[in-house]
Design a protein around this ligand. Structure first.
Ligand code: SAH
Length: 399
């Protein structure tokens, strides 16, 4: 039955028939220990000499497989007109069929396979990028590993979706683990997966997950770390590096659904944040964050929907102060405007969480000119078998 995307494990490396064309897992021929060493070295090289006190050994996973809690599949048709689903071949718009994957959640892959198999009998045509005809473009599956809740997002080119009720019923019958189904409408021609409009077809329209003892609501478009096992280690290290004592005024910048700030505010009284101000650009994520604060009974966290740079500039202009700053920007890193204003708020410590060691290095140099020196850097392997590496670094104000 399974003809494509075969995967297998063997000691010292892995087999994946899609390895070359997919291009995501570039480290499949290495042992896991070799990967961790490479990532540590990559962080060290990206940061260069003298910028940080020390790069620590990379924190790895015990079982580095099927860690991705979010799987996105592109739908297309093969030469014979049969629906296929998978990923774009590196740098192209050619869809590479994927049935199973070493790093993706196995249930998510199964659900995507079931949907592909249902299309013909429901007469749902796959969207064609050239003619711009057809219905189904992408399927996104997200699973809360701690709660078991599963969200399926069906991304269609227009609101048209014939017999959607029966389709959802049939899907739920095959996979009763699914807790919510959302139709998202994306008529755009760029490469973004989700459009602005959506409607809930089943369930609540979001899932929940538990991280570091807090429960988080996650909407389809909100950012949520894709490897929850490693995220707990990352947040625990980040909060440890902040040395909170229960009195600090804390800023959580680029906060997403509020994870870091809420976890920092929910620690035991003598080791938590006294007050948290959190800022995030995506309005859906900010809405999730506010619900998450209530859901966890945390009253001393306020969320702001704004560009983080603008927010910091305003804070600085108003003469506000902060004791600790957590910052977790996207791959492109932060901005000079953000960092300059951050320094004006005078935090004793800055904890920088980065998914790109290169922009981390660039930003740490800026912080140095502003009087903040980087101490230990902890690489955390959030993306085994791929080249990507996350790292957390604590900076302190020069006296
Ligand atoms: N700290 C969160 C999210 C980190 S991902 C977590 O660990 O889950 C980076 C976040 O920055 C995303 O939620 C993204 O929407 C947000 N973001 C991107 N550009 C931004 C900007 N200019 N201002 C504020 N937030 C931004």
């Amino acid at each position: 039955m399974r003809e494509t995307g075969k995967t297998g494990k063997r000691s010292g490396g892995n087999i994946c028939v899609n390895q070359k064309k997919c291009g995501s897992c570039r480290y499949l021929s290495l042992t896991y220990e070799q990967q961790l060493a490479r990532k540590e070295e990559f962080v060290r090289k990206s940061l260069g000499k003298g910028l940080v006190k020390r790069v620590m050994p990379a924190v790895g996973m015990e079982d580095p497989y099927h860690y991705r809690n979010k799987v996105t599949a592109v739908f297309a048709r093969d030469r014979k007109g049969n629906p296929i689903s998978g990923v774009y071949e590196g740098g192209t718009h050619h869809v590479l069929p994927v049935e199973e994957c070493l790093i993706e959640d196995a249930l998510a892959d199964e659900i995507i396979g079931t949907i592909r198999g249902m299309l013909r009998s429901f007469k749902i045509w796959v969207y064609d990028e050239d003619t711009r005809r057809g219905i189904l473009r992408y399927v996104l599956v997200r699973r809360g590993f701690a709660t078991g809740q599963v969200m399926v997002v069906l991304v269609t080119a227009s609101p048209v979706f014939p017999s959607r009720k029966n389709f959802v019923q049939a899907l739920l019958k095959e996979h009763p683990q699914i807790t919510t189904v959302v139709q998202n409408i994306n008529g755009r021609t760029d490469s973004l997966i989700l459009g602005d409009r959506q409607q809930v077809l089943y369930g609540k329209g979001y899932i929940e997950d538990v991280l570091c003892g807090c429960t988080f609501r996650i909407s389809p478009s909100s950012f949520y770390q894709i490897n929850p096992v490693q995220t707990e280690k990352l947040y625990t290290k980040a909060i440890e590096l902040a040395h909170l004592t229960g009195r600090e005024r804390v800023i959580d910048a680029y906060c997403g659904i509020g994870t870091i700030g809420l976890v920092a505010a929910s620690r035991p009284e003598s080791a938590r944040a006294g007050e948290v101000l959190a800022v995030e650009l995506n309005p859906d994520a900010v809405r999730d964050a506010a619900v998450n604060a209530k859901r966890n009974g945390i009253g001393n966290v306020r969320f702001y929907q704004a560009d983080a740079g603008d927010f910091m500039r305003k804070m600085a202009a108003q003469g506000e102060r902060a004791d600790v700053l957590f910052m977790d920007p996207p791959r492109g890193g932060s901005t000079e405007a953000f960092m300059r204003s951050a320094a004006k708020l005078g935090p004793e410590r800055i904890v920088y969480i980065s998914c790109n060691p290169e922009t981390l290095g660039r930003d740490l140099k800026v912080f140095r000119t502003l009087g903040y020196l980087a101490g230990e850097v902890w690489p955390v392997d959030m993306f085994p078998w791929t080249e990507s590496c996350e790292a957390v670094c604590a900076l302190t104000r020069r006296r």
